[in-house]
Write a protein that binds this ligand. Sequence first.
Ligand SMILES: [Zn+2]
Length: 238
Amino acid sequence: MPQNALHGLVGLAVCRRMGRNAAQAQPWVMGVILGLMLPDADLYPAGILRLAGVIDGFDVIHRTATHSLFLVVLLMILGGVFRSKPVWSAACMGLSLGVGLHIFLDVFMWFSALPLLWPLNVLGEGDLGVVDVWKGVEIPEMAKSFRDVLEMLFAAIYLTSLAKIGREDPGTSSARKLKGCVYVCWGLLAVTSVVAFFVPYDGKMVFVTGVLLLVFVLPVLWWQTWRLRAPITAWCLR
Ligand SMILES: [Zn+2]
């Protein structure tokens, strides 16, 4: 990460500026936005393994394969391979750009090291390709708690944006359904903001926000993005 919905907002901004030039607009737009959001899907296996107490999945799985520059290159190559299938090619090129932007944002906006050349850092000696712009900076526990709480704030802002985009498209009956999700996100923001003052980050706070993310916030963000792919594309082309 940074906050997953913040990635989504960056995706909307990028596609709004560049969407007009995309030959296959919808697969390209969805590729960019979901490419920005989906690398954090590795939180699911990481979270399950951590809860099961098998290994610390956040160290072993999160921000590895889905955050590697090799994935960006692989998607770009696939975009070329699928040249005869324009929809697949556009989706791969969009995903490549989206994942690349996700990695760029993660390097600067999340307080930890990122193995840009995974798996070389695991296979080889030393920390090959590991970038840590926050090295030597002591991050207070409270800052980490509120970094996670901000997931709810950006989710509310992102879903509000999607509702607005949906309303502009007369063929979509999306706005009302989204409103409920937006209210839930504002509610979660209020509750987790209070809880963050009383619960230490590594004690329980990381689990509180982690479970909310995995069970509600991330599935809603990704599903609503996909569900509104037609009005989002139309908005980006306008
Ligand atoms: Zn990430």
